[in-house]
Structures are given as C-alpha cells and as structure tokens.
Design a protein around this ligand. Structure first.
Ligand code: C5P
Length: 413
C-alpha cells in the first residue's frame, strides 16, 4: 500500500450515493478515504440501494448507512439538520442527472436531497450518467447553475459507458476523486509545475540462481511517498522501483525493475529529467557466479561435515554517482540518500562529494530506529552548495516526503 499522506486525517465526509450503475465505485472510494485518514458517513438514495448493498457500504465505511428521512431514532439521535452539518464536506458520488436537477432547484424529497439543501458545508459532485443525459440541455443548465452556486464538479470524464456508448458522462476514477479531496483539504503549492522528476525507490534483488536472490529490507515507502508528493506539487513523475508491495501513487509513471543493472538502464532511458531523487536502496554488489540452474545441496558422505558454498560478488553500477557525474543530460538537481548506521554526518559529508550530488538526505538506519521498512523516518537534508544541514523532526514517511519536496521546490524557485 502506498504510504498515504493521511491528508484526510480526521476529515468528516458525508458521502451521498445516488442510484447509478457506477455506485459500486463508491466502495473503492470509501476504502481510499479511510486509508487517507478520513471518516465517511454514508447516505444512500433508494435507487442507490438497487446497485450496491447498504451492508457493503456500512462494512467498508465502518459506519451506519443513513437512508430514511423520517426515521424517528435518527431524528432523536441527531436529526437530518445536524447530519447535514456535522461534516467537513458533502460529496455526491456518483451523482445522477436526477440528483443534480434536484440540487439545482432546491427539491428535497428524500434524505440525500434534504441534506444537500440543509447543509452549510461545501458540496462536491462526481456525476455519472449516459452521454446523452449529460449533454441534455437541462443537465447542462443545471450544471451551470450549480457551478455558479459554488458546487464543485469532479468530472465526468470521457470514456466507455456501462450502456455501451462512448463519450462524456463516465464517473471519474475513485483515485482521482481522492486526490481532489486531498487537494481540497491540504492545498499544495505547485512549486514543481512543468518539471520532470525522476525517482528511484525500493530495494534491488540480485539473483543467485533462478529461485534465490540477495535483497535488502527497503520497502519502497519513502520513494513512493516522494513520488506522490512530487506529483501533488505539480511535477510529471517517473517512479523507477525495485520489488515493492506499495500501491502505485495516482498520476505517476511507473517502471518496475528487479536488479540494480535494470534500474540503471531504466533511469538512463527516462532522462532527461529536471530533478532526480535516488531513494532506492540499491544493492552495491551482484553475484558474479550466477547459476542459471537451481543450486543443489550436495549430499556429503561424512554426516558430520556441512556443505559449504561460496558466493562471489562483483560491484553494481552506482546509479546516483553515474547520473550526477553526467556532462550531458545531467538533471539540474540530483538528490541522493545516505542510509548510515554510524558516524552519520561525517560519512554523509564525504558521500555528498564522492557522489557528486547536490542534496543528500541523510538518515540513521541503525536497527534501533526501526526506520528500514517502517512507517516513520528521521532525516537531515544536506546541501552541498550552501553547506547547510536542515534537520527535520521525526515524522511519517509521507510527511518527510512532503518536507523534502517543499525543500526542493524552494531551491527550484
Ligand atoms: O553508497 P550508498 O549506497 O550509501 O549511497 C546511497 C545513495 O546512492 C542512495 O541515494 C542510493 O539510491 C544511491 N545508490 C545508487 N546506486 C548504487 C548504490 C547506491 O544509486 N549502486
């Protein structure tokens, strides 16, 4: 899973699900909002329940589904007025032509439309409908009316429809809707707008034989979080990653590799880039005597004697150093990472020179810190040009990524 930035931390979203075939996608959106730290209160229209069951919505949101306008218990508990106010945002997803029309004209004939009329929270709608319904002049007029009343539209987009037609009216993907929500709650200055940022992440695996390899404990979390943060800052991002279980951040171009050599080639093929961030834990060595058949355990005649094997290593290319030393096509800013377990700053000072990079993000990965593979990180940013070291407080890898991208954005100004 991508280490989500928890950008929606404690944000309360009232999710109104209206009755379209795309209603099932609300389940995925609920999952994404929750992963980002948000809290979902689901409301379903009568027809939405024809497309997706309240049980699934309730299970995923870990909340009760509200669907009755005249429910005495709810009226006693909180009432539809407070339900419409006790949230930071109302999102209608999917929004049918019908609910848009009611919202535009102040019709309140069920719980969802009553909440929309009673609320003082911001409203977003993610329409989904047949292309002709979307293009119908009534819907277009309603859309203009709603926009003039500060209702924010997410999509619809152009694409294949469930009805077999093609055109505008398709629901924006849940990942896209999530990023709109995240941008709404924590707007990011687009400091890297128009820049191509190349990021390496994760470990590399160096094969011993067809089934065995030498790897390391890197999860890829920090690099993936950097890719997400750079994309949010407006960059076009290429993420070159070794084996990782993280989920691809939205809007990022992914290149998957296994070995250091493959990572090197993928980086070279992805140039030119304005900024390169080498967050991968690349294996310094690969196996010299790779066996293309599985190495067998030898049966030793003497039972007391063990079967010893020797692996020989040869050096891998140093991707960071190679790219930072290019005379042609060198990214104007090259950022390296230094994972150290001892003499941290001293080693880092030598490394920033040796690797020829502009910035070095230094972290202490001694086992006691739990940083390697964990969710938190503690780093200092060393700048070769002004000799300054900025120490960042311990934080989630997502937060650290945002801080590093902010730092890069400022240099870029
Ligand atoms: O020398 P060391 O492995 O400590 O350097 C770490 C930095 O160099 C990281 O930015 C890492 O991504 C990069 N590196 C590389 N290629 C290698 C080894 C390290 O790009 N073969």
């Amino acid at each position: 899973m991508v280490l989500l930035a928890m950008t929606l931390h404690n944000k309360r979203i009232l999710l109104l699900i209206s009755g379209g075939i795309a209603a099932f996608k609300a389940l995925e959106l609920i999952r994404l909002i929750k992963k980002s730290g948000g809290y979902v209160t689901p409301v379903m229209t009568k027809s939405a329940k024809q497309f997706v069951t309240p049980l699934s919505v309730s299970a995923l949101s870990e909340n009760k589904v509200y669907d009755e306008l005249f429910n005495l218990t709810d009226e006693a508990e909180m009432g539809h007025i407070s339900l419409s106010r006790e949230n930071d945002l109302i999102l209608v997803m999917p929004a049918t032509a019908n609910i848009l029309a009611k919202l535009a004209h102040g019709i309140a004939d069920d719980l969802a439309t009553t909440l929309l009329l009673a609320t003082d929270s911001p409203i977003m709608v993610a329409p989904a409908m047949n292309v002709r319904m979307w293009e119908a002049s009534a819907t277009q007029k309603n859309m203009k009316l709603l926009r003039d009343n500060d209702v924010q539209f997410i999509g619809p987009v152009k694409g294949d429809m469930a009805c077999g037609e093609f055109g505008f009216g398709r629901l924006s993907e849940p990942e896209v809707i999530l990023t709109v929500l995240e941008d709404f709650f924590s707007p990011v200055t687009k400091t890297l707008s128009g820049k191509h940022v190349l990021i390496t992440a994760g470990p590399t695996y160096e094969a011993i034989d067809p089934v065995r390899f030498i790897g390391n404990l890197s999860s890829g979390k920090q690099g993936y979080a950097l890719a997400d943060a750079a994309r949010r800052a407006g960059a076009k991002v290429t993420l070159i990653t070794g084996p990782s279980n993280e989920v691809l951040p939205y809007g990022v171009k992914l290149k998957q590799v296994r070995t250091a050599q493959q990572m090197m080639s993928a980086v070279q093929q992805s140039l030119p880039a304005d900024i390169a961030v080498f967050a991968a834990a690349v294996s310094d060595w690969k196996i010299a005597n790779y066996s293309d058949v599985k190495i067998k355990k030898q049966q030793h005649p003497d039972k007391n004697s063990t079967d010893e094997k020797t692996l020989t290593f040869v050096e891998n290319p140093d991707i960071l150093k190679t790219i930072a030393s290019l005379t042609k096509n060198r990214p104007s800013l090259v950022v390296g990472f230094a994972a150290e377990t001892d003499d941290i700053l001293e080693n880092a000072r030598a490394k920033i020179i040796r690797k020829n990079c502009d910035i070095l993000v230094v972290n202490d990965v001694s086992p006691a810190t739990g940083i390697m593979g964990g969710d938190y990180n503690k780093v200092s940013i060393m700048n070769k040009h002004n000799q300054q070291i900025v120490e960042l407080p311990k934080a989630s890898k997502a937060q650290i990524a945002r801080n590093i991208i902010d730092y890069i954005g400022k240099i870029n100004e």
